[in-house]
Design a binder for this molecule. Structure first.
Ligand SMILES: [Ca+2]
Ligand SMILES: [Ca+2]
Ligand SMILES: [Ca+2]
Ligand SMILES: [Ca+2]
Length: 367
């Protein structure tokens, strides 16, 4: 083995430097790749957060609109010509899928984080006029298989062959969101689409509408008691909606009240008259139980804000698994203590704790 010359040492150092430079280039490259991947992910996450926030704000407006309609529970038709105004003809939406009708909702123009117009689809049974509006209405729209009243979609930037030279859904939306079946929607997670979809679940929708319904029904019954000294006698649950003398449990007697009928002179004034929207849409939905004046607050509402109560109204929420409506049987509408035969105990679980075992909205009336 020969001794290493200065030239050999120099060459070895050169090779060492070259290796170090090579490593440095690789490391720098890796860092650039890592940084850009992270920032792309960050930007995507920030865009999704903006889209979800905008869709949620539109969702709140849609729920407010549906609550405030002359017939509560009515959603606007989609806008189909990009003027922000809902489009209908002959009481039917031009299409059940289109754009968010922002003008009809009294909003400003809204786009998603990419600048694309926001899409909106509503179940036809909740937009067509006239139509029954109550918690037992059957709907067909789904998001990932869950029943929806409506969906909102942020389309994002173009994907694949999309050009957006027309307002065809497939130019904005991917997969089942943009196809010919206007009732099924999905959160696409397999990389073939970039739509952000936010739904209004039909069960949440009806519980929120029921807040207005039970308040209106309670106001009617309280006005009757103020005029007549007692609540009206109840009807049999499920109809006919005619008071049965002495009965304190069942349906509100929307058709004929006893001891004095609606609109008739009473001991302290005139009995009120039920609003047509309430009587026609909710007659078969509400459970009514009351105490006579002499009984005071005779009802227990387990977990309720007000207990004991002098009256209780229960709205059923959407049909749950195992329930089939219409029916004359309480357990097709109500759960737990609320589905038991005429007794004096009810249960009020807060909306945030609704589950597959309970979704009743209970309104307790003070003595
Ligand atoms: Ca329009
Ligand atoms: Ca899209
Ligand atoms: Ca579809
Ligand atoms: Ca229920």
């Amino acid at each position: 083995m020969r001794n290493r010359t200065p030239t050999d040492v120099f060459r070895a150092r050169q090779r060492g430097v070259a290796v170090l430079l090579f490593l440095a280039v690789i490391l720098t490259g890796l860092t650039v790749v890592l940084v850009s991947t992270v920032s792309i992910n960050d930007r995507r996450a920030a865009a999704i957060a903006v889209d979800v926030q905008r869709l949620d704000s539109a969702k709140q407006s849609l729920i407010g609109f549906a609550m405030a309609q002359a017939t509560p529970g009515t959603l606007p038709c989609p806008d189909t010509d990009l003027d922000g105004i809902a489009d209908a003809g002959g009481g039917v939406c031009v299409s059940q899928r289109g754009f968010l009708p922002w003008r009809t909702l009294n909003l400003g123009p809204i786009s998603d984080s990419s600048g694309a117009v926001i899409w909106y689809a509503a179940d036809p049974s909740l937009t067509t006029t006239p139509g029954t509006r109550n918690s037992s209405v059957s709907t067909a729209m789904t998001l990932d298989g869950r029943a929806m009243a409506a969906v909102l979609i942020a389309p994002g930037v173009t994907v694949g062959a999309q050009q957006r030279t027309s307002t065809a859904a497939a130019e904005f939306l991917e997969g089942v969101n943009g196809d010919g079946n206007l009732s099924d929607y999905a959160q696409i997670t397999d990389g073939t689409g970039n739509d952000i979809v936010l739904g209004i679940p039909v069960d949440d929708f009806w519980t929120l509408i029921e807040l207005r319904v039970v308040r209106a029904a309670a106001d009617l019954l309280l006005a009757y008691r103020a005029a007549c000294g007692e609540f009206p006698f109840a009807a049999d649950f499920g109809g006919a909606y005619v008071s049965v003398g002495g009965q304190q449990f069942g349906s509100i007697p929307f058709d004929t009240a006893l001891p004095v009928n609606w609109g008739s002179a009473c001991g302290f004034g005139v009995a009120p008259t039920p609003a047509a929207w309430l009587s026609s849409n909710w007659r078969g939905e509400l459970l009514y139980r009351f105490c006579l004046a002499a009984e005071g607050a005779c009802l227990t509402v387990v977990d309720g804000d007000l207990s004991p109560a002098a009256g209780v109204l229960v709205a059923p929420g959407a049909e749950m698994a195992g329930q089939a409506r219409p029916a004359a049987s309480l357990d097709q509408y109500f759960e737990m203590e609320n589905s038991l035969p005429p007794d004096d105990t009810f249960r009020a679980i807060p909306m945030v704790s609704f589950s597959s075992a309970y979704n009743d909205l209970v309104y307790a009336i003070a003595p």
